[in-house]
Design a protein around this ligand. Structure first.
Ligand code: ADP
Ligand code: ZN
Length: 210
C-alpha cells in the first residue's frame, strides 16, 4: 500500500509511522529524516536544507521532489511505502502524482493549541522514537534502545511558530485535494495517547487491506 501521512508538525506522524511500519511491514520514508541525515553528514543538500529548516520554511521543491522521486524508484519500496512529510504543498502533490500512484492519505487531526507545547517538549532518539518531557520523569535516554535523547534544532518556539504557519498556508490545502480524490481518511487524534491513535489507524488500514 502507498500511503501519505498528513498532519501539522507535532500531530504525531512520525510516532505513528514507526508503529505502522513495524506492524504492517511498510517502509517509512520521512523527508525530514532524509534532510537531517544530510545535515549530519555535511552534504551539499544538507547545507542548503539547513537554512530553510531552521527558519521553519519548506526546502525548495527542486531539491525535495528530486530526492523523493529517486527514493521511490528504489527496489525496496516497489510494493508500498509510508510517505511522512511529503507532499507538503499542492505543487508537491501534483509532482508526486507524476511518479506515484497513492492509495490513501491518512490525515492526523489534532487540536492546534496542543502543538506548540508538544513540539517544544519533544525529545527524540536517532532510532526514530520520540518522547515528551512530561512523561520522561527525568530520563535522558531512549527506553527502546538506550541511546541519548536530544532536542531537534527546529523544535524551539520561534521556529515552531513558523512551521505551523507554513503548514496552515502550504500544507493544509492537501486535505481538500485528497478528499476530492476520495483518498482521504482522517484520524481524530484529539489529545489521545499514541496507543489510542494507533488503534484508530489500524482500524482504517485493516479496512483498506494491505
Ligand atoms: P515536522 O513535521 O515535525 O515539522 P519534519 O521532520 O517532517 O518535521 O520536517 C522538518 C523540516 O524539514 C520542515 O520544517 C521543512 O523545513 C523540511 N521539510 C521536510 N519535508 C519537506 C518537504 N516535503 N518539502 C519541503 N521541506 C520539507
Ligand atoms: Zn532509541
Amino acid at each position: 500500500m502507498k500511503i501519505i501521512l498528513l498532519g501539522a508538525p507535532g500531530a504525531g506522524k512520525g510516532t505513528q509511522a514507526t508503529r505502522i511500519s513495524e506492524k504492517y511491514g511498510i517502509t517509512h520514508i520521512s523527508t525530514g529524516d532524509i534532510f537531517r541525515a544530510n545535515i549530519k553528514q555535511g552534504t551539499e543538500i544538507g547545507k542548503l536544507a539547513k537554512s530553510y529548516i531552521d527558519a521553519g520554511k519548506l526546502v525548495p521543491d527542486s531539491v525535495t521532489c528530486e530526492i523523493v522521486k529517486n527514493r521511490l524508484a528504489e527496489d525496496d519500496v516497489k510494493d508500498g511505502y509510508l510517505l511522512d512529510g511529503f507532499p507538503r504543498s499542492l505543487y508537491q502533490a501534483e509532482e508526486l502524482s507524476k511518479f506515484a500512484d497513492i492509495d490513501l492519505c491518512l490525515n492526523f487531526e489534532v487540536d492546534t493549541d496542543l502543538l506548540m507545547d508538544r513540539i517544544c517538549g519533544r525529545r527524540v532518539c536517532s532510532c526514530g522514537e520520540s518522547y515528551h518531557i512530561s512523561t520522561l520523569n527525568g530520563a535522558t535516554t531512549c527506553a527502546k534502545c538506550g541511546k541519548q535523547l536530544y532536542r531537534r534544532d527546529d523544535d524551539n518556539p520561534e521556529t515552531v511558530k513558523a512551521r505551523l504557519d507554513t503548514y496552515n498556508v502550504m500544507t493544509a490545502p492537501l486535505i481538500a485535494y485528497y478528499s476530492a480524490q476520495n483518498k482521504l481518511a482522517s484520524v481524530k487524534c484529539g489529545n489521545g495517547t499514541p496507543e489510542e491513535v494507533f488503534k484508530a489507524v489500524c482500524e482504517i488500514l485493516d479496512k483498506y487491506g494491505k
